[in-house]
Design a protein around this ligand. Sequence first.
Ligand SMILES: *[C@@H]1O[C@H](CO)[C@@H](O)[C@H](O)[C@H]1NC(C)=O
Length: 134
Amino acid sequence: NASMLSYMLFSCLLLSVQAHNCKVSEIIRYTKHLLDENPVNCPCRETTVSSCSCLPIPETGHELSCFVEGTEHMMKNSMLSNEILQRLNQSFQNQRDRKLCGHLSRSDQCQSKTKGNVKEFLTEILKTYQAIKK
Ligand SMILES: *[C@@H]1O[C@H](CO)[C@@H](O)[C@H](O)[C@H]1NC(C)=O
């Protein structure tokens, strides 16, 4: 019937708007830029402030909260290009607060199963957004 159809149309529209605001291609591009700066790949240590710092590798549903946390940590410690980190921070916070990107923004709190160094953290971001793009 008609109301069912308009509901379905509305849902499709909403989903496509949300996917659009997820800025998948933009985030993939920024993350690749940061990986190109070639952060040193060493085992992460809680006490270090370098690309060997420990950043959260999120559990499902906690992605955006953890990406915000890790990105802010990198900014505070002046790791990698600050201009790109700033844009990533803004996109992640915006997506988390507006509950965009489907399950990535399900939780406001970062919960991580493990920690990784800067390179592993960035690779996790890349993998997460590349999976959405498919
Ligand atoms: C990250 O982005 C948010 C939202 O735009 C902003 O309020 C916050 O100050 C930014 N964090 C840093 C460390 O710049």
